[in-house]
Design a protein around this ligand. Structure first.
Ligand code: GCO
Length: 447
């Protein structure tokens, strides 16, 4: 038996994103987003699911805030649907959309829960996509206007801001692999979009500083970990590339003001080079106040010629997988955090997402999701180990507060510590909710 103990001032919470939980996509003047379009395109999302109703949190936010409160959370991370604020991406503000977020934020503050707001969690206004989306630098200007509006409107209420969530997903997964909206498959396009997302991030940070907004700002890239199968140089290098696609590619520009040259060379051979304008890297490398880290999975990797973009194959070592088929690899969580510290210094980190997909259903009003508790235990243990090694982690937010629209997988994959019945919209606290609540209360748990 071991007790895993966190510092007294450690912040605990849970996370969600607008398109995944809100529903009410046609209400109160919200504009269309690329996820509305994508989810309504046949064949793109499992079962033809859409976010039209989702968890209906737009109407049930008070119930959801109560769930966060009952959990004992310090922080709630949510995202704002850009098309609720600017239905056409730019131009006229939609007051009803603004009002919704005031109501949400006020009810969090009333209960002593700190709001952490993500500005871009993938629901780009379709009107901007129609003009090229993130490939068009006008979208960066639109994002800065939207961010600036939000900063000023919520100054003093929201004190933790995240510019962009998982830019790897909204660039490469969405525009090279093509699995997410808008569903393109073009490496050059994806590389430019990745760059534009980073410029948008930097521009928003600069706007935040120039306007003297109270609070802290950062971004939330997703990372993974490939552990080399052997000590062969080829295996090590292949894993370095696999890791760097998420890590160095999206961190070096922010922390060092440059792209990692070994990756630039590799991409060049594959026919892609980011289109960088004068001043971009300076903008991107604005100092940030904290780093959000999203980590779910890792694995062992090995060199294999012509396998994927990086000559890297995933080896099945027999590690358990969650229901979404992702290997459970807490060791990777530890290693990637230590690597971040080694590469980029001791920036304060919030784990803005970590969680497990298990699809248990309620029985007699209870959801016995013990595998999720095990996942949490092993990942929190790895996290604590990284803190003991000097990684500056300030808080942990579980993904997700509740089951929700899991993007291309629709409602088939459940990450919540609260179960959502998609017919009745009833919420049921899972066993993991109770376990996590106790851990928050005690600031520790027993292994
Ligand atoms: C994100 C994530 C979430 C997912 C979660 C499980 O980018 O923040 O994609 O939105 O639901 O990562 O896949």
């Amino acid at each position: 038996m071991a007790i895993i103990q966190f510092p007294k001032d450690f912040k605990w919470g849970a996370a969600t994103a607008s398109y995944q939980i809100e529903g009410a996509t046609n209400e109160d003047g919200r504009g269309v987003s690329i996820w509305d379009t994508f989810s309504k395109t046949p064949g793109k999302v499992h079962n033809g699911d859409t976010g039209d109703v989702a968890c209906d949190s737009y109407h049930r936010y008070e119930e959801d805030v109560k769930l966060i409160h009952d959990l004992g959370a310090d922080v709630y991370r949510f995202s704002v649907a850009w098309p609720r604020i600017f239905p056409n991406g730019t131009g006229e503000v939609n007051q009803k959309g603004v009002d919704y977020y005031h109501k949400l934020v006020d009810s969090l503050l009333e209960k002593g829960i700190e709001p952490m707001c993500t500005l871009y969690h993938w629901d780009l206004p379709q009107a901007l996509q129609d003009k090229g989306g993130w490939d068009n630098r006008e979208t960066i200007e639109a994002f800065v206007q939207y961010a600036d509006f939000m900063f000023k409107e919520f100054d003093g209420k929201i004190k933790k801001w995240i510019t962009v969530n998982e830019p790897w997903c909204s660039s490469f997964l969405s525009n090279y692999i093509g699995e997410h909206a808008p569903g393109n498959q073009n490496l050059q396009l994806a590389t430019d979009i990745a760059h534009h997302l980073l410029v948008a991030h930097g521009r928003a940070v600069k706007q935040f500083r120039d306007s003297n907004i109270e609070g802290e700002i950062g971004y939330a890239p997703n990372v993974t970990w490939f552990e080399p199968y052997s000590t062969k140089q080829q295996d090590i290098e292949a894993c370095n590339r696999g890791n760097a696609w998420n890590l160095e590619w999206f961190f070096d520009p922010v922390f060092k003001g440059s792209y990692p040259s070994f990756m630039v060379d590799w991409f060049k051979e594959k026919g892609a080079t980011p289109t960088i304008l004068d001043g971009d890297l300076e903008i991107i490398s604005q100092p940030i106040d904290f780093l959000g880290i999203n980590y779910y999975t890792g694995n062992v990797g090995r060199y294999k010629e012509n396998e994927g973009l990086f000559d890297l194959e995933n080896i099945d070592m027999g590690y358990d997988k969650t229901d979404i088929d992702w290997f459970i690899y807490p060791e990777g969580f530890y290693k990637v955090l230590v690597k971040i510290k080694d590469l980029y210094g001791n920036v304060p980190i919030y784990i803005t997402e970590n969680g497990a997909c298990y699809n248990e259903e309620p029985e007699n009003g209870e959801v016995a999701d013990h595998k999720r508790i095990d996942y949490l235990k092993t990942h929190l243990t790895a996290l604590k180990r990284s803190m003991d090694s000097g990684v500056n982690v300030k808080g942990f937010l579980y993904w997700s507060l509740m089951d929700n629209f899991e993007w291309a997988l629709g409602y088939s994959m459940r990450f919540g510590i609260v179960h959502v019945n998609y017919e009745t919209l009833e919420r049921t606290k899972k066993d993991s909710y109770h376990w996590f609540g106790e851990t928050i209360q005690n600031g520790e748990f027993t292994l």
